[in-house]
Every structure is written in C-alpha cells, then in structure tokens.
Design a binder for this molecule. Structure first.
Ligand SMILES: *Cc1c(COP(=O)(O)O)cnc(C)c1O
Length: 230
C-alpha cells in the first residue's frame, strides 16, 4: 500500500539523515506520481505528502485541478520550450533546465505572466548519452547567462544518476554534483543560489542524502512499478 511505502521511505530518509548528521527537515521528499492515477496521489496526500513531481506538462495540467490546492507541483522531466506557457505559473520548481534557449523561454513567459519562476539546472554528471542535462564543465557558464535574465531564479542543481544495481556506484555522481554547487556558490553570482540539490531516486536516495541531497525524487518506492502501456 502507498501509505506503508511512504512510511518506509520516510524511515529510510530519517536514517540516512541520522548517518549524515543532518536534520530531516533539510530533505524534501518529492513523490513522483507520473503515470499514476489521481486516487494514488490522494492516498499519498492523505499520508501527508504535499510535494508531487511529474515529468509531462500535460499530466501536470490535468492532475493539478483535481488535487487539493496546497500541493506543491514540481516539473522534473524534460521541458519543451513551446510548453513552458502551460506551467510556468503553476509549478513551484522546474528541475530540468538544461539550455539557455529554454531558460530564455521561461524568463519571457514569466515576464508576460508577471510571475517569478524558480529553476534548477540539470547536470548530466555521469555524461550518459541517453540523458538530458549539461556537462559538468558547461554548467557555470550557462548559469552566468541565466543570472542576467529577468524573473527566472536559479535555486540549485539537479542530476539523474545512472541506473545501477548497487547505489554505492552513484556516490561519486552525487559528490560531484555537490562539489559543483559549492564551486558555483563561491562565485557569488547575483540572482544565483545553490541551496537545492535535487538528486536521488528510488534506488539511491539514501546515498544521495548522505552526500547532501536536499530534494529526493521517489516514484516506484512510493507508488510501485509504472505501467507505460496503459
Ligand atoms: C521517474 C523519475 C524519477 C523517479 O524514479 P523512480 O526510480 O521511480 O523513483 C525521478 N526523477 C526523474 C527525473 C524521473 O523522471
């Protein structure tokens, strides 16, 4: 049951925080509800969850009006520029900005809608070809450009680590993202903050927390396996 899964995930988050000498309040659990029906989201909501992550614009716009108003929606998937307009004033955080063109589109739409948009820059730390995200060494220069744009605010970094059997294999990926955030923070760029590190999924969120994650994105561990054929 979803409620039991959440209890288990919460327990593991607390244990990882304990090992790392961190307070649980430093880590936000994002329940990744993509492909899952509203009753599943409601069950998570009733178990206390308020942060939901989706990777498709259309799913966010469909689900949002069906859920209580105090849900915080996070866009965690690849975002196309022509869809920015549908979510820019609806989501709390866009985790997946990986190009200046996308950042410009978000900024322009935010100006139009008179709202502010918080984003993370997605870094492909492991340099997997199949994944979106910037190379580690491109990140700082992109951030310097985004910093000049109105109404868009960089709050930190996000990465999707490789799929591995042993989560320890991703420890270095998380460490690298954290180090990159520290390096960028030390540049004291106006309008740039590195407070958020969105890293860790069902298979590796405990290791990610030990390495400094402030947001973990857990789907399968809460809602069970996804069926993409329905
Ligand atoms: C689907 C997804 C997740 C959750 O993956 P699980 O392995 O099911 O926890 C996390 N982050 C992103 C960007 C995703 O697309």
């Amino acid at each position: 049951m979803i409620k039991d899964n959440i209890k288990e995930v919460r327990k593991k988050i607390a244990a990882a925080c304990e090992r790392a000498g961190r307070d649980v309040s430093e880590v936000t659990l994002i329940s990744v509800s993509k492909t899952k029906p509203i009753p599943d989201l409601i069950e998570a909501y009733e178990a206390g969850e308020r942060y939901f992550g989706e990777n498709k614009v259309q799913e966010i716009t469909e689900k949002l009006p069906q859920m209580p108003k105090d849900v915080h929606w996070h866009m965690i998937g690849h975002l196309q520029r022509n869809k920015v307009k549908y979510i820019v004033d609806k989501v709390e955080l866009i985790h997946s900005v990986d190009s200046l063109r996308l950042a410009v589109a978000i900024s322009e739409e935010a100006v139009k809608k008179n709202c502010d948009v918080d984003i993370l820059v997605e870094v492909n730390v492991a340099e997997e070809e199949s994944k979106f995200g910037l190379a580690t060494e491109e990140t700082l220069s992109l951030i310097k450009e985004i910093a000049k744009l109105p109404r868009i605010h960089v709050k930190g970094l996000m990465t999707i680590a490789p799929y591995v059997d042993d989560p320890e294999d991703n420890r270095q990926v998380f460490r690298t993202l954290r180090k990159l955030a520290v390096d960028i923070e030390s540049q004291n760029i106006d309008n740039i903050c590195m407070g958020v590190l969105s890293m860790g999924m069902t298979g590796d969120y405990e290791v990610a927390i030990e390495e400094g994650a402030t947001m973990v994105r857990v789907g399968t561990g809460i809602f069970g396996a996804r069926n993409y054929n329905i």
